[in-house]
Design a binder for this molecule. Structure first.
Ligand SMILES: Cc1cc2nc3c(=O)[nH]c(=O)nc-3n(C[C@H](O)[C@H](O)[C@H](O)COP(=O)(O)OP(=O)(O)OC[C@H]3O[C@@H](n4cnc5c(N)ncnc54)[C@H](O)[C@@H]3O)c2cc1C
Length: 439
């Protein structure tokens, strides 16, 4: 075999959203991508032990959906076909902010995609694992890196039978979420001085699923925000319509007003919100599950970019690198955009903005897979769309102390044309030399 023709092998730690999307991003550059996941990877939208936060409301924002679509064309259509909702911002939202109700714009430029997290993950997983270049190894825990401070050359795995093995790779992507061990692994390799930034608001989430009342099944997203300046604890709540004619409901409480896992107390807590609409809606809906609680809501960011030297062959992505307070509702979107931007740094971004339009108005670029240039196809694209700054969405809406609903008129400033080919190679600085410099 001519070793000069050998293409890299990549290993991804963690088979959740960041890991799956990282595998999708890296497959163009590698012969084989293996995802190593500590827990099960079920067929279909089943709960997973590795993602306990799935029991709480999750929505995908426009920017995240665009990145997912760029990496895995067709995913959003599959999600919608499986029952996910596409909620126009703010037209399809009832949000009560400290400043009153959000204005509901007539023209939507941004969307929230709502579904259970199990559905998001299963659709992405299915899309990724149908690629023969990618395999997954469930029930296998990564216990450490191989290599030294100059280069990571693989990982050590505890296999399902309890035995340990070594797997070598040219690239290791850590997408193991908040539980990431990379800070410890780097320290053990002698790479010290990592800064951790942490801001914990002490927010608690309590969530359960309801059957939506008949007649209210195409209901908008409902959120009652906290008023941080108000006299009572900053309690908040969000109702998302999800697949299967269900509502996913989360209540959030700051210290002093924390919701609990007691099902009897759930609706009682809903009555403490600043507007009665929330509790009244729940009175009409049928609970389908118990109540799940999490306190794992702190903002935590590792400043890896400041570490010098950084071992070649290692990328850290998703919550493993930076986990945000779920109030912002953008962890999955950040993971998707990071996979697109960081793991494929040498490839100019594929522009897919127009895919967010109604299906009938999509441009050919919408379904162009990464690596194909939209302008290489017969172009019938509509003119560039004006871009509107997104308003605060249900998440930040529900809990934000700092950003009460800011009502901005849609901007009419046109975006730069997207018709120039973004895929033609052009030199630009590489932001992740550890991968770009692979053999
Ligand atoms: C209450 C709550 C609500 C949220 N709401 C939203 C929302 O509305 N919208 C949004 O975009 N985001 C939301 N988020 C954030 C979102 O859940 C995370 O940002 C996202 O899951 C990060 O994905 P990830 O793949 O990086 O990590 P995770 O999803 O946490 O997955 C990590 C994976 O790595 C595996 N793993 C861990 N260690 C190992 C190991 N040693 N070996 C092998 N595998 C390992 C785990 O089993 C797991 O599968 C919310 C979070 C919370 C807590």
């Amino acid at each position: 075999m001519d070793l000069r023709l050998r293409r890299p092998r990549a290993l991804v730690i963690g088979g959740s959203i960041a890991g799956m999307l990282a595998a999708a991003a890296v497959r163009e550059y590698a012969d084989h991508v293996e995802i190593v996941e500590a827990h099960e990877l079920p067929d279909g939208p089943q709960p997973r032990a590795g993602v306990p936060q799935a029991r709480h409301i999750h929505f995908l924002q426009t920017g995240g959906a665009e990145a997912v679509e760029a990496l895995l064309p067709g995913t959003i259509d599959r999600l919608l076909a499986a029952g996910a909702h596409r909620i126009p911002v703010t037209t399809g939202m009832l949000v009560h902010s400290p400043e009153g109700w959000y204005r509901r714009w007539q023209r939507a430029t941004h969307y929230l995609f709502t579904a259970t997290r199990d559905l998001f993950d299963s659709v992405v997983r299915e899309q990724v694992l149908q690629d023969t270049r990618i395999t997954a190894r469930p029930h296998s825990q990564v216990i450490g890196p191989l290599g030294g401070p100059g280069r990571i050359t693989g990982i050590r795995i505890r296999r399902p039978d309890g035995r340990e093995s070594e797997e070598h790779a040219d690239l290791v992507v850590d997408a193991s979420g908040r539980a990431s061990r990379t800070p410890h692994w780097l320290a053990a390799l002698g790479i010290t001085g990592l800064t951790e930034e942490r801001i914990d608001s002490g927010l608690t989430y309590a969530s359960r699923l309801y059957r939506a009342p008949a007649g209210l099944r195409n209901w908008p997203v409902v959120a009652v925000q906290a008023d941080p300046g108000g006299p009572s604890p900053a309690n908040a709540g969000g109702i998302l319509p999800v697949e299967g004619d269900r509502w996913h409901v989360s209540l959030m409480g700051a210290p002093g007003g924390r919701p609990t896992g007691d099902p009897e107390a759930f609706e009682q807590f809903a009555r403490t919100l600043r507007h009665p609409v929330f509790a009244r809606l729940l009175e009409r809906a049928e609970p389908l599950t118990g109540v799940s609680v999490t306190h794992s809501t702190a903002n935590r960011r590792y400043r890896y970019e400041r570490l010098k030297p950084w071992p070649r062959g290692l990328v850290v992505l998703g919550d493993a690198a930076a986990a945000c307070n779920p109030a912002y509702g953008h962890g999955m979107s950040v993971a998707a955009q990071s996979a697109l931007a960081r793991v494929t740094p040498c490839q100019p971004p594929v522009r897919v903005r127009t895919f967010m339009l109604a299906p009938s108005a999509r441009s050919p670029a919408a379904s162009t897979p990464p690596g194909l240039c939209p302008s290489d196809r017969t172009s019938t694209s509509p003119p560039p769309r004006a871009r509107t700054p997104p308003p605060s969405t249900a998440s930040s809406a529900a809990t934000s102390a700092a950003s009460p609903a800011r009502q901005q008129a849609p901007s009419t400033r046109p975006r730069p044309s997207t018709t120039s080919c973004p895929c033609k190679p052009r030199p630009r600085p590489c932001s992740a030399p550890q991968f770009c410099s692979l053999p």
